[in-house]
Design a protein around this ligand. Structure first.
Ligand SMILES: [Zn+2]
Ligand SMILES: [Zn+2]
Length: 142
């Protein structure tokens, strides 16, 4: 099973609750918030407390199995899509969508980055998702 292998390669002990958190995130690629993850795990295991679910989420993030997606000013969202990808944030409905990975040309940003050694990057696009774009409001925006 893919999740077992993920735990093994991250050398993180796969406790039942960590497993449940990762399984939920992997099965729901909607970039859930910690609160949504807690509610989902708690539904299956009512003894799960908010504190332990949040702690397990942090352990998973530290081990690199879960990534925190940038979301300025709003609750952090979490991502178990471990393949490299970019993100698109809808400014109207707040959806955070995965965008298939594409490389920037190697020369991009070279001058601006100077001597910094870049190990990773991702692009966050913003705008209107397909659903919101097609739902143009009839009256002018306020
Ligand atoms: Zn939208
Ligand atoms: Zn993502």
């Amino acid at each position: 099973m893919e999740l077992d292998q993920a735990f093994r390669s991250a050398a993180l002990r796969p406790t039942a609750q960590r497993y449940a958190v990762l399984e939920f995130l992997a099965g729901h690629p909607v970039h859930a918030t910690a609160e949504e993850i807690f509610r989902a795990v708690n539904r299956d295991d009512p003894r799960a407390s908010r504190a332990t679910v949040y702690n397990n989420l942090r352990s998973l993030a530290k081990a690199g199995l879960v990534r925190e997606v940038m979301s300025e000013g709003k609750a952090a969202r979490f991502d178990a899509n471990l393949r490299r990808h970019h993100h698109f944030i809808c400014e109207r409905c707040g959806a955070v969508e995965d965008i298939s990975w594409f490389d920037l040309p190697p020369s991009a940003g070279r001058v601006a980055l100077g001597g910094r050694d870049v190990s990773n990057y991702e692009i966050v696009f913003r705008g209107a998702c397909e659903g919101c774009r097609d739902a143009q409001p009839e009256q002018g925006a306020k």
